[in-house]
Write a protein that binds this ligand. Structure first.
Ligand code: ADP
Ligand code: MG
Length: 152
């Protein structure tokens, strides 16, 4: 399947899209988020957390690399911006193949360590509060996920 492109024009719309995605996710799902500073990666994660039933407020894990939240399953929120070396292995696999959903901001910094099957998401500034959100499914499970997101 081709990439799925969605435009949003407010932080709320981005969070709504992510919330819908969060409702479809299963244990072991891996989502990567790429985009400039202020693109909306953390806002996307906030919406996704809501869709997973997380009640706590999600904020950027700036001083820790991984933050864990509990919803209908765990959410592992990683911001690997501070991982200095690309081959630094912090035991990521335990999260990727674990009982929860993993969201990775700045994932390209650890691309060698990412699972092959995952949903890559890129967020681009498109003027003022507009953003272009491109979802790139890698693997059957994520292709189905994008189809669901498109139709509902
Ligand atoms: P990142 O984690 O990518 O650095 P944040 O989610 O922390 O970005 O911040 C995104 C900023 O952009 C917030 O201040 C948010 O209010 C603003 N914003 C404006 N329009 C949008 C939009 N359509 N989607 C997401 N965020 C938006
Ligand atoms: Mg962020």
């Amino acid at each position: 399947m081709d990439n799925l492109k969605v435009h949003t024009s407010s932080p709320e719309q981005t969070m709504e899209l992510a919330e819908r995605l969060g409702q479809f996710l299963e244990a072991g799902s891996v989502i990567t988020l790429e985009g400039d500073l202020g693109a909306g990666k953390t806002h996307f994660t906030k919406g996704l957390a809501k869709g997973l039933g997380v009640k706590r407020n999600v904020n950027s894990p700036t001083f820790t690399i991984i933050k864990e939240y509990q919803g209908r399953m765990p959410l592992y929120h990683m911001d690997v911006y501070r991982v200095c070396e690309a081959d630094e292995d912090l035991g990521f696999d335990e999260y990727f193949y674990g009982e929860g959903v993993t969201v990775v901001e700045w994932a390209s910094l650890i691309k060698e360590q990412l699972p092959k099957e995952r949903l890559d998401i890129e967020i681009y500034h498109a003027g003022d509060d507009r953003r272009e959100i491109v979802l790139k499914p890698l693997g059957e499970r994520y292709i189905l996920l994008c189809k669901e997101l498109q139709t509902k």
